[in-house]
Design a protein around this ligand. Structure first.
Ligand code: 13P
Length: 251
């Protein structure tokens, strides 16, 4: 295994200001980090400063949900990696399937975002995952491998980025792949990474898609699973806290 398990909470476009404060307060008052687990939250960008201030003296890191591939300029509505760094982020999610679908982001653009985030001292969490159609056709491994090769720049070190395997059909659906399928995919991702770049032998590979307290323990036992990117369950301090505790118990 590669370092401590990493548990990331992607809040997506959820929670008003009061809800963000309430959730953060709960996470910093007993329901959050445990020893030996790396924890990060990814609030909507408008709440980054607010949440960043509340978690400052706690063992919770901050991340953005996306960034632009350029450093600055005329890109109305966008946020740069440098701005995320300025407000205290250490991480940024890039290439989430919701960005690929809603905003037509290509792997080529995502590769540029990876480079820009590293340039701005952020660790990108690069999301990849097959659609149900691809899995159904037996093309899940090849689809994810192609996406990975197109999204990851050559010659990055293991500590510079994280990969999140998120099957599109598992996101928000309550369905997850079989543990064998997760194991097979994570092994394939590792192999593909090594084929791109021998320095990427220790990259953390997270699993994401309907991770809940009820399935976290079995997912964390799967070989090469380095943690979880949690959506819906990260909006409940009790559920997110329980997933963190389960990760802690694995150590
Ligand atoms: P859910 O945990 O709600 O399925 O979302 C997963 C996800 O997309 C995290 O980025």
């Amino acid at each position: 295994m590669v370092g401590p398990l990493f548990i990331a909470g992607n809040w997506k476009m959820n929670l008003d200001k009061e809800g963000a404060i309430e959730l953060t307060d709960a996470l910093t008052n007993g329901q959050g980090p445990v020893k030996g687990v790396d924890v990060a939250v990814f609030p909507p960008s408008l709440w980054l400063t607010l949440v960043g201030d509340l978690i400052r003296s706690h063992d919770i890191k901050l991340g953005g949900q996306d960034c632009h591939e350029e450093l600055e300029g005329a890109h109305t509505g966008d946020i740069s990696a440098k701005m995320l760094k300025d407000v205290g982020c250490d991480y940024v999610i890039v290439g989430h399937s919701e960005r690929r679908t809603d905003h037509f982001e290509t792997s080529e653009t995502i590769k540029k975002k990876v480079l820009m985030s590293i340039k701005c001292n952020l660790c990108p969490i690069v999301c990849i995952g097959e659609t149900w159609d691809e899995r159904d056709k037996g093309a899940a491994i090849s689809a994810v491998s192609a996406q990975l090769k197109e999204s990851i720049p050559d010659e990055l070190g293991s500590e510079q980025f994280i990969v999140a395997y998120e099957p599109v059909w598992a996101i928000g659906s309550g369905r997850i792949p079989t543990l064998n399928d997760i194991e097979e995919m994570h092994a394939s991702i590792k192999e593909t990474l090594l084929s791109i770049n021998h320095k990427a032998d220790k990259v953390r590979i997270l699993y994401g898609g309907s991770v809940k307290p009820a399935n976290a323990a079995e997912i964390f036992k799967v070989e090469n699973v380095g943690g979880a990117l949690v959506g819906g369950a990260s909006l409940s301090a009790a559920d997110f806290g329980e997933i963190i505790s389960i990760a802690g118990a694995k150590n």
